[in-house]
Ligand binder design. Structure first.
Ligand SMILES: NC(=O)c1ccc[n+]([C@@H]2O[C@H](COP(=O)([O-])OP(=O)(O)OC[C@H]3O[C@@H](n4cnc5c(N)ncnc54)[C@H](OP(=O)(O)O)[C@@H]3O)[C@@H](O)[C@H]2O)c1
Length: 331
């Protein structure tokens, strides 16, 4: 089968579209014929040449050459202990090596795809949708609360704006000028263009800041939080943020956030997105019922995944970047 692989660290140029062995599911796994996958900032971090990446993913070269996490497709075969799926079922969820014609994953990482949700829409949901949903939960949002989403137009941000609105919040979206219409179209009540205005310098206060970018100091963000406000630290600005800067923001989140939260009533909440069947079902239902509209800016063929990652690396993708696999299967 064809797959995207990387055998060395580097830019998107290290990605190769190659023939590899078709995976075989073990007793607890499901083999999926991939119809669509989506890219995340995580995919860019995995291939990037950094000391942190080498510590995690393999010192001299990547231990696992597969790429991709978010998957939607049809079940091709199941292991003998799999009870919830059978061949032909349409599913979506999380699978290593999603950028391939076939991928294997555990049944706990998959849910059924609602029939009226496309494979592309379903593939957009897992990592970005779970990150938005679980992060907003950390913010304990109540109807009527003022919520600011910093980095509102990327994969996570476009879901966060819509989910916060569905929870009854008054949402302020922070984005670049070209995305003002987009964030309004997905429900933002107020928009701040970060090129013209710094939200941390305004007199407006917020109950919750959902921060996808973390490009302001803790003091600046505390200034615009209500005394019992919560700042949810979701990310550090997507694939566009370069290595040392990203590590600086992660370190700040790790150490300062915890220390500050124990000294003031304002909280800085950190979390790691978890795979959750229940949450994936909830996201699928929200799309099925029209309450959540995945924003899909660009769709690429599997063989063009390097170009797709190059685009994501520019740091200004609108919503999700999708890879479709059916064209390659039909060749
Ligand atoms: N906590 C977790 O477990 C977890 C899980 C998944 C992802 N994440 C993190 O979440 C973050 C966002 O991921 P993503 O997939 O949404 O990335 P993305 O699709 O690349 O989006 C990044 C967004 O950042 C915005 N941006 C860039 N500079 C900005 C600035 N100065 N002010 C405000 N917005 C700015 C861009 O908007 P414009 O084009 O309008 O500039 C773009 O929409 C990443 O750091 C990722 O690592 C965390």
């Amino acid at each position: 089968m064809k797959a995207i692989v990387f055998c060395e660290y580097g830019s998107a140029d290290v990605l190769k579209f190659e023939d590899v062995e078709k995976p075989v599911p073990n007793d607890n796994q499901v083999l999926i014929k991939v119809r669509a996958a989506s890219l995340n900032a995580f995919d860019a971090y995995v291939i990037r040449d950094s000391w942190l990446g080498r510590l995690i993913f393999g010192l001299r070269k990547p231990r696992d050459t597969r790429l991709g996490q978010d998957i939607a497709g049809q079940v091709e075969a199941v292991g003998k202990n799999v009870t919830q799926f059978k061949p032909g079922d349409e599913v979506f969820g999380i699978s290593r090596g999603a950028l391939a014609e076939y991928a294997c994953t555990f049944e706990r990482a998959l849910v059924s795809k609602p029939p009226n949700v496309s494979f592309e829409q379903a593939a957009s949901l897992p990592l970005a949708g779970l990150t938005a949903l679980q992060g907003l939960r950390e913010g304990k949002i109540q109807p009527g609360q003022k919520v600011l989403i910093n980095g509102a137009t990327g994969g996570v941000g476009t879901f966060a704006v819509q989910i916060a609105k569905s929870l009854g919040a008054e949402v302020t979206a922070v984005c670049s000028t070209r995305n003002v219409d987009l964030v309004r179209s997905i429900g933002a009540d107020h928009v701040i263009e970060y090129t013209k205005e710094d939200f941390t310098k305004s007199d407006q206060r917020y109950d919750v800041i959902f921060d996808n970018v973390c490009n302001h100091s803790f003091a600046e963000r505390r200034r615009v939080l209500y005394p019992k406000g919560i700042c949810v630290l979701a990310g550090m600005g997507g694939a566009g943020v370069k290595g040392s800067e990203a590590i600086g923001r992660i370190a700040g989140n790790l150490f300062t956030a915890r220390a500050l939260s124990s000294f003031t009533d304002q909280k800085f909440a950190q979390y790691r997105t978890k795979s959750s069947k229940q949450d994936l079902i909830m996201l699928g239902d929200l799309v099925k019922t029209g309450k959540l509209r995945p924003v899909i800016e660009r769709t690429y063929k599997l063989s063009d995944a390097p170009e797709a990652l190059r685009y994501l690396n520019e740091g200004h993708a609108r919503g999700k970047v999708i890879i479709t696999v059916e064209q390659d299967n039909k060749r």
